[in-house]
Design a protein around this ligand. Structure first.
Ligand code: HEM
Length: 153
C-alpha cells in the first residue's frame, strides 16, 4: 500500500518535471523563437518559468523522498540493482543542474526582463536552453533505465 503510494508519487514527480521540460523545449521554445521579437519572447519565457519552476521544486522533493524511501524498502543501496544506482546518480545530476539554472541564469533572466535589458535576458536564456536540453535527455534516459530493471512489478 505505502509502496504503491511512494511509487505513484515518484512517478508523478517524474512525469510533471520531464513532461514540462519536453513541452517547453520541444514545442513552446521553437514557436516562441520563430514568431516573437526578443522583448515579447523573453517576457513570455520568464513568465512560463515562474509558473513551472515551483512545480519542479515540488517534483524534486517528491522524487527524492519517495526514491530514498523505496531504496530503504529494498534494503538500502547495498542491495539494489545497478539501474537504481544509475537512476540515483543521474537524478542527482539533474537536480544539481536545475539548482544552477534556478539560482544563476534564471535570476539573471528575471532581472533582465524587469529592467528591460534584453541583451542580458537573452544571454541568460542562451545559458538556460542547453541545460534544459541536457536535463530533458537525462530525464528520458532515467525513465527507460528505471523501467528496464524494475523490481516492483
Ligand atoms: C534521485 C534519486 C532517485 C532515487 C533514490 C530513485 C529510486 C527509485 C526506486 C527505488 C524505484 C523503484 C525501483 C523499481 O521498481 O525497480 C524507482 C522507480 C522509478 N523511478 Fe526513480 N529514483 C530517483 C530519481 C528518479 C528520477 C529523477 C526519475 C525520472 C526523471 C525517476 C524515475 C523513475 C521511474 C519512472 C520509476 C518506475 C520504474 C517502474 O517501475 O516502471 N527516478 N526509483
Amino acid at each position: 500500500m505505502l509502496t504503491g503510494l511512494a511509487l505513484t508519487l515518484h512517478l508523478l514527480g517524474a512525469v510533471i518535471w520531464v513532461g514540462g521540460m519536453f513541452f517547453a523545449h520541444m514545442a513552446l521554445r521553437p514557436v516562441a523563437a520563430a514568431t516573437l521579437e526578443p522583448p515579447q519572447r523573453l517576457t513570455l519565457l520568464a513568465g512560463v518559468f515562474s509558473r513551472f519552476f515551483p512545480w519542479v521544486w515540488a517534483s524534486i522533493v517528491l522524487i527524492l523522498s519517495t526514491g530514498l524511501y523505496l531504496v530503504g524498502l529494498l534494503g538500502g543501496f547495498g542491495g539494489v540493482a545497478v539501474n537504481i544506482h544509475i537512476m540515483t546518480g543521474l537524478g542527482i545530476i539533474m537536480m544539481l543542474i536545475y539548482c544552477f539554472i534556478y539560482f544563476v541564469p534564471y535570476q539573471r533572466l528575471k532581472a533582465g526582463v524587469n529592467e528591460q535589458n534584453w541583451k542580458a535576458a537573452g544571454g541568460a536564456l542562451a545559458v538556460i536552453r542547453p541545460l534544459i536540453a541536457v536535463n530533458l535527455s537525462l530525464g528520458l534516459a532515467i525513465v527507460a533505465i528505471a523501467r528496464w530493471g524494475a523490481v516492483f512489478g
